[in-house]
Design a protein around this ligand. Sequence first.
Ligand code: IPE
Ligand code: IPE
Ligand code: MG
Length: 245
Amino acid sequence: MTDSERGTGSDQSGGGGDFSLPRHVAIVMDGNGRWAKKRGLPRVIGHQAGMKALERTIDNAKDLGIRYLSVYAFSTENWKRASSEVQGLMGLFRYYLKGKISQMHKRGARVRFVGQLNAFPDDILRIVTDAEERTRGNSEIDVIFCVNYGGRQEILDAVTSLVKSNPDGPITEEMLRNRLYAPDVPDPDLLIRTGGELRISNFWLWESAYSEYFFSDMYWPDFGREELKRALDSYAERDRRYGAA
Ligand code: IPE
Ligand code: IPE
Ligand code: MG
């Protein structure tokens, strides 16, 4: 599919684009724990079911012509959870990354990871680097995993690096934007949050300034093609004005 069939989306120039398909869809994958609890299962089983939902969402997004998909998998605040849950999540990342990268590569996905990755064990870091290198040439869809990601930390990292390289000069929006974790990825056009909470929880703080929001009551493990289409249909109805009249 070409960019014109997709709609070019992400028009940050102002003046209200009427593109009906978002170029970048970002998702706060929330509700795994409650999904498990409702079934009398441990939280980690909810996370496992969440991985399956992620797998089908990547396929569905690609099928539907989404060019960039970013997913919030672990926040800088999620370390507050019980160590058994954090360990369970690390185990799942390991298993998922090892097993699914080839599949994503075959489907033409470029995979990358953003966040403070150095907090992860060496073996996970190696898998992450290998996955990024192997899939670098793919261009069907970019899948951006936000792990140990925090929007405030991302802005702080950008400011720190800017001040270091440019201690005296004026700082422009563009200069700061270029030092965020994925400067070449357009800002999210559509930001979906599952799980019923109506908050951003430190996701894409800078980049979501003009994102359209879609909140779903569905727990993430139940999320599928129909709910994604409902979000896209809702997006298609929006009038993005970027402050213009
Ligand atoms: C989202 O599901 C996944 C992560 C934060 C890793 P939760 O684990 O937050 O599920 P709930 O919100 O407790 O149901
Ligand atoms: C946001 O969900 C983070 C991820 C989905 C990775 P949380 O469950 O951590 O958010 P809060 O605590 O409800 O705000
Ligand atoms: Mg949650």
